[in-house]
Write a protein of this length. Structure first.
Ligand code: GLU
Length: 472
């Protein structure tokens, strides 16, 4: 059914995109339905004392797949959370993890709450209680189900959840791996906080290195000077905007937030906008750009790259035809509906799909989980060894050539990689490999017409192989 008859749910939208991929694949009969079904969903309602009165909160955790364990995915705190949304997001996690070779099943959780209405102390009580509910019912553990941050949650909430699990299961030596995205001082990995935004940067770099894709868009290769509009300055959007502006020299010409949008063709300073938002709670009143009260209209402004980095369904059949960007990078999960996707593709827009574009978060979560199970920080064992070997290499070059190695080259050779370096390198490599696999699928399969289809076909091949190997 399409949007003309009855609005499709987020879950329907994801399923339709998956169906499109399954239809062109030669899957064993029935396997498509196995892939699409959500294994289990937990719904909990629990009271927490808020200023002397009990308030009841409702939350969900969906496990879409467990062909690999643990099942993985974030937990969001948001008023729009419901079972359908959590199931759709859990399904996306299954395909995302498979695409980028992160050995997890797909899961997602959410609590229906407006976190801005509660004090830190109240949020801690609510989060810990939610974690107790999940852990008690087998939906939180380092072996079976590992949450991470998502919309409305961050390192602080993940720390509370991990600590709650530790209190419940102190004999589990791997307790710290029950949650990822934790504070670095409490088992988190360096680089996780920025990982999804950093991943968006790496994805765009990779896209603009592929001339045959870029030429369809009418743009030149390379990112420098590209005009970017970004929707959502949350953890993903702000990091992506910052890295792209600072390191790749794109021009951020539009910023869309909950209270409206800023437009300035000459470029907007990300740091200045973030400062303004900290002081005023929104973008209105920012002095160095034109303000548009109707933020959604700013999605339709001319630009080279549009980065939706907020919530699902913001590009739909009513506004899709007016989108002018030739490239859309889906930093959010599900920002484009199924019907809008068709309209955009017909208009020649290149879409870098969510299951690839925002996979940086779960990739670095995987690194954090490995670090937690290994009980050692990356680089701790080998850093000094590599430094002293580097120093010997420099000495050998100088002795053999009788020329002193310039200091900046010496520093680079002698420096042993720290945790940040290793996490970034692992993220970059994982993203590039996934891109190459998708691109290979796109080039070699005439039925695969776009990157989203390539991403789903690549992911589904891997998952179906796993199902066929272990049975279902
Ligand atoms: N919430 C993020 C996502 O949607 C991260 C999930 C994770 O790290 O497990 O991909």
């Amino acid at each position: 059914m399409s949007e003309q008859n009855q609005p499709l749910s987020f879950r329907d939208n994801v399923d339709l995109m998956v169906d499109q991929a399954i239809n062109i694949m030669d899957l064993d009969g029935g396997l498509g339905n196995v892939l699409k079904s959500c294994n289990s969903v937990l719904q909990v309602s629990f009271p927490v004392d808020i200023d002397g009165t009990p308030e009841v909160f409702t939350g969900w955790r969906a496990v879409h797949s467990d062909h690999r364990l643990p099942s993985k995915g974030g937990i969001r705190f948001d008023l729009a959370v419901d079972q359908e949304e959590v199931e759709a997001l859990a399904a996306l996690m299954t395909y995302k993890c498979a695409l980028v070779d992160v050995p997890y099943g797909g899961s997602k959780g959410g609590l229906r709450i407006d976190p801005s209405r509660y004090s830190r102390h109240q949020l801690e009580a609510i989060t810990r209680r939610f974690a107790r509910e999940l852990a008690g019912k087998g939906f939180l553990s380092p072996a079976k189900n590992v949450p991470a941050p998502d919309m409305g949650t961050g390192a602080r909430e993940m720390g509370w959840m991990a600590d709650t699990y530790r209190q419940l299961f102190p004999d589990d030596i791997n307790y710290i791996g029950a949650v990822t995205g934790k504070p670095v001082g409490f088992g988190g990995v360096r680089g996780r906080n920025e990982a999804t935004g950093r991943g968006v940067q790496y994805v765009l770099r990779e896209f603009f290195r592929h001339h045959d894709l870029v030429k369809n868009t009418g743009l030149s290769d390379g990112l420098a000077g590209k005009r970017v509009i970004i929707q959502g300055m949350g953890n993903v959007g702000r990091h992506a905007a910052h890295f792209l502006a600072q390191e790749d020299h794109v021009r951020i010409i539009g910023v869309i937030e909950h209270d409206g949008a800023l437009i300035n063709a000459h470029g907007i300073s990300v740091a200045a906008v973030l400062n303004h938002m900290r002081e005023h709670g929104g973008v209105e009143g920012f002095p160095d750009a034109e303000f548009m009260a109707d933020g959604a209209r700013a999605l339709e402004q001319a630009c080279d790259i549009l980065i939706p980095a907020a919530r699902e369904g913001i590009i739909h059949s009513d506004n899709a035809a007016r989108i002018q960007a030739p490239v859309i990078a889906e930093a959010a999960n599900g920002p484009i509906t199924y019907d809008a996707d068709r309209i955009l593709r017909d208009n020649g827009v290149e879409i870098i799909p969510d299951l690839f574009c925002n996979a940086g978060g779960v990739i670095v979560s995987y690194f954090e989980w490995i670090r937690n199970l290994a009980h050692v920080r990356f680089g701790r064992i080998e850093k000094r060894f590599h430094e002293s070997r580097g120093a010997h290499i420099v000495s050998a070059i100088e002795m053999a050539s009788n020329v002193e190695v310039p200091e900046w080259i010496r520093d680079e050779i002698v420096r042993g990689a720290d945790e940040f370096d290793l996490v970034r390198s692992g993220l970059d490599d994982t993203m590039r490999l996934a891109f190459q696999e998708m691109d290979e699928e796109r080039r070699s399969n005439p039925d695969v017409k776009d990157l989203r289809m390539a991403a789903y076909v690549t992911a589904i091949h891997k998952i179906s192989r796993a199902y066929l190997d272990i049975g279902y």
